[in-house]
Design a protein around this ligand. Structure first.
Ligand SMILES: [Cu+2]
Length: 243
């Protein structure tokens, strides 16, 4: 007995109906493995600072405007060359040699509602801010900082190396804002161990939560100076964890 065209077609349909879910499943598994592999590889390449999280050092208590609070310190630097080293430790392993960088880390932790005194050693050259508003010290105790021992409210917006500008994550502490402009080192011989400015400022930390910091001087490439190191994790941005 011959098989009609209709029967043959329905047999084919049955086979392809079984094959389709299997093929889809296989495609899905391959896609998932591929995506996970890419994720793992990218994660391996993610910048991790050589010194990890810098937990602020406790130096006792202090009274500010009649309120007694913990007093802690942080210490970091801004370098002209991310591939340099300090005391034999790489600033930014596998970094881009022409990109400036904050070091030795970009992640900091401080207690909530404490006086945080920060010392920054600034080694980089600089130029003009695209908004001179960021040349003024904002959010520090007294609205001031010390540059090489000298008390200042603002720096020259046309000789700015970087800024340390901190904002709270949404919902954490809407009133918190910190902006500290870092003056450029003059001349042309900037190096990771060369001449630098020492900038010291104090601020009162806000509520517990995650805060992001970044630089507001267009020290990067492309995108009007806001690409490259300005947009790449581990150079001109990071986190301040308030605990
Ligand atoms: Cu910068």
């Amino acid at each position: 007995m011959g098989v009609s065209g209709d029967e043959a077609a329905s047999g084919n349909r049955a086979v392809s109906a079984k094959a389709k879910p299997l093929g889809l499943l296989l495609t899905l598994v391959i896609a998932i493995v591929f995506v996970v592999a890419i994720g793992v590889l990218f994660h391996e390449r993610t910048y991790k600072s050589p010194s990890g999280l810098q937990v602020a050092r406790s130096v006792g208590t202090v009274t500010v405007n009649g309120v007694t609070m913990p007093h802690v310190t942080l210490h970091f630097a801004t370098f002209p060359d991310s591939t340099g080293s300090v005391n034999g430790v790489a600033i930014h392993p596998h970094g881009n040699p022409s990109w400036p960088v904050y070091g030795m880390t970009n992640v900091f932790q401080v207690p909530a509602h404490a006086l945080v005194t920060v010392t920054v050693n600034q080694y980089d050259s600089g130029g003009s801010l695209n908004n001179p508003w960021f040349a003024t010290v904002r959010g520090t105790v007294g609205g001031v900082m010390r540059v090489d021992g000298r008390l200042v409210h603002a720096i020259n917006p046309n000789a700015t190396a970087h800024t340390f500008t901190v904002r709270a994550a949404p919902g954490v502490d809407p009133g918190f804002f910190l902006n500290v402009p870092l003056p450029a080192v003059g001349g042309t011989n900037q190096s990771d161990n060369g001449p630098h400015h020492t900038v010291v400022f104090s601020f009162i930390s806000g509520n517990k939560g995650t805060y992001a910091w970044n630089c507001e001087y267009p020290c990067g490439t492309m995108v009007a100076g806001f690409g490259g190191p300005m947009g790449t994790w581990g150079y001109m941005s990071g986190f301040l964890y308030v605990v």
